[in-house]
Design a protein around this ligand. Structure first.
Ligand SMILES: C[S@@+](CC[C@H](N)C(=O)[O-])C[C@H]1O[C@@H](n2cnc3c(N)ncnc32)[C@H](O)[C@@H]1O
Length: 249
């Protein structure tokens, strides 16, 4: 069972940069549910899109898989569509991967997703892929390494495969930006976070989570060979982008 996220509830505690260590892993499912707008609907959409693009005999990757929630969603939707794929989850946090391991421990060994401990800043191996998911993860990869990572993903995707990218995003206009962020913090308040928790987490994420504008993400995707790039989800400062590597005619 996941504990409630109280990490930033104590105003007196010394706050360092946000990290994905043991303390975060223990409360992470609750954190996602209360901090990501429409998280359940997003999960449903990820499953539905992935089931459409998944090809039997290929690999499906969730990069930055955390505790394996999205892997579980993808697996359910793809299996229900009658397709057999090899699922791979990757994360640089061992405590997150341990929880993902627990999630799938009840499955027969050959049906468990492969879990890889690796740092996306160093790149990663993607091969024979029909679907790759980066759900709220690219924003944590250092900007210097993002283009290389997207290039590797595009390279490892089969023709007609897709990358599903969900990110916090910036608006072009500073007024709208401030308004969207205010609405986001209002949502967190409605979900039970105090002003102190919101402020401390904001501070801890500074310089760790670096959002791009939708257009910057789209440009990077097209530059690396994705032929179709469209926004499938937008909630104020959150966006979901579907990028497809179509067969060259
Ligand atoms: C916000 S969480 C992602 C949520 C998850 N993908 C989901 O579907 O709910 C970001 C995850 O990316 C991982 N991560 C961040 N930077 C990473 C990096 N450079 N390499 C590998 N994993 C990274 C973190 O450990 C964390 O588990």
């Amino acid at each position: 069972m996941t504990k409630q996220d109280n990490i930033f509830a104590e105003a007196t505690q010394a706050i360092g940069d946000f990290n994905f260590g043991k303390q975060t892993a223990e409360v992470f499912d609750d954190m996602l549910d209360r901090s990501v707008p429409l998280y359940q609907e997003l999960q449903r959409m990820l499953g539905e899109i992935a089931a459409e693009f998944a090809e039997s005999g290929s690999n499906v990757y969730d990069l930055g898989c955390s505790t394996g929630i999205t892997l579980e969603t993808l697996r359910g939707a793809i299996t229900a569509a009658g397709k057999q794929v090899h699922m791979v989850g990757l994360d640089y946090s061992q405590p997150m991967l341990d929880r993902a391991g627990d999630r799938f421990a009840g499955l027969p060994e050959d049906e468990r997703p492969q879990l890889i401990h690796a740092d996306l800043n160093q790149g990663c191996v993607v091969e024979n892929a029909s679907v790759v998911v980066l759900n709220l993860t690219l924003q944590f990869v250092r900007p210097l390494y993002r283009n290389r990572l997207i290039h590797r993903i595009a390279d490892g995707l089969n023709e007609n495969g897709c990358l599903i990218l969900v990110e916090k995003v910036l608006s072009n206009d500073s007024l709208l930006n401030r308004m969207f962020i205010k609405f986001y913090y209002d949502m967190k308040r409605r979900n039970g976070y105090s002003d102190t928790e919101i402020a401390l987490k904001r501070e801890a994420l500074e310089n760790v989570l670096v959002p791009y504008r939708i257009e910057e993400n789209a440009e990077m995707l097209k530059h690396n060979g994705f032929t179709e790039v469209d926004t499938f989800f937008k909630w104020y400062n959150f966006a979901g982008i579907l990028a497809v590597k179509k067969r060259s005619e």
